[in-house]
Design a protein around this ligand. Structure first.
Ligand SMILES: [Zn+2]
Ligand SMILES: [Zn+2]
Ligand SMILES: [Zn+2]
Length: 255
């Protein structure tokens, strides 16, 4: 199984437009963060988790060569508004690409992208198959299970991916994990969790809360994501030590 962090930043991305703080002005590539997305290759299948506004750049920068299925965590702008570029993969692969999300996510996708999935068979629009997902789905031999979590007043999805004998969890936006979801997160090889910033936020874990949750989950390797310009990459990594890894855009992990 191979994971590629396509984006690790909060909704603004880093640098933030018009901000002159030290992190936004940093020339270190590890302090430049696109909006959150994860690419997982397992069991020979290529899975994308969210299509943020940076999706085209992420595909071109980090070697996304194929997309067998798209999983959407929720329909916030920072997670879906690169969706149109899925059309290159439906054209290259000459197929409808399955797109999974909760009932509410798929309802909003059908409104926001009302020009797709209507039987068109040309390259200007994504050819996709929207599917409301309420339980595990198989993509080849890989199994992808929704992980319901709280994101402010909404219940949205993270995902559990099982393939090649490994188990990884991805929850980029979250401020509470129900016990039923925690129960699905046993014996994890990798856990990637929202750790927005040090200061409290109504819809995201703070870094401290996220580190606590990651300790409870106890994956063999833990990562934070959805980071803001409040955290300089190396400072944060030094502060957290070995328990949690701070990823950067383009980071690949082979399991
Ligand atoms: Zn987000
Ligand atoms: Zn800044
Ligand atoms: Zn969100």
């Amino acid at each position: 199984m191979k994971l590629t962090f396509l984006g690790t930043g909060t909704s603004h991305g880093i640098p933030i437009i018009g901000c002159s703080c030290a992190v936004c002005k940093s020339t270190d590539p590890k302090n430049k963060r696109r909006r959150c997305s994860l690419y997982v290759v397992t069991e020979g299948r290529h899975l994308v988790f969210d299509t943020p506004p940076d999706f085209r750049d992420q595909v071109l920068s980090f070697g996304v060569e194929r997309v067998d299925a798209v999983f959407l965590t929720h329909p916030h702008a920072d997670h879906i508004f690169g969706f149109d570029d899925v059309r290159r993969f439906s054209a290259l692969q000459d197929q409808h690409i399955p797109v999974f999300g909760s009932e509410e996510t798929i309802r909003q996708m059908r409104i926001k992208f009302d020009y797709v999935d209507q039987g068109y068979n040309f390259e200007s629009v994504p050819r996709v198959q929207f599917t409301e997902q309420t339980g595990p789905v198989r993509i080849g031999e890989a199994i992808v299970t929704p992980l319901p979590v709280a994101h402010g007043n909404d219940t949205i999805y993270g995902y559990l991916v099982e393939g090649d004998g490994k188990r990884i969890g991805y929850i980029p936006d979250c401020n509470a994990i129900p016990d039923e979801t925690h129960a699905l997160l046993a014996n994890m090889d990798v856990m990637i969790l929202d750790g927005l910033r040090p200061q409290p936020h109504p819809t995201h874990f703070t870094i401290e809360e996220s580190v606590e949750q990651l300790a409870r989950i106890g994956a063999r390797k833990s990562y934070l994501t959805h980071l803001t310009h409040n955290s300089e990459h190396h400072d944060l990594q030094a502060r957290l030590g070995n328990a949690v890894t701070i990823p950067w855009d383009g980071l690949e992990t082979v399991l």
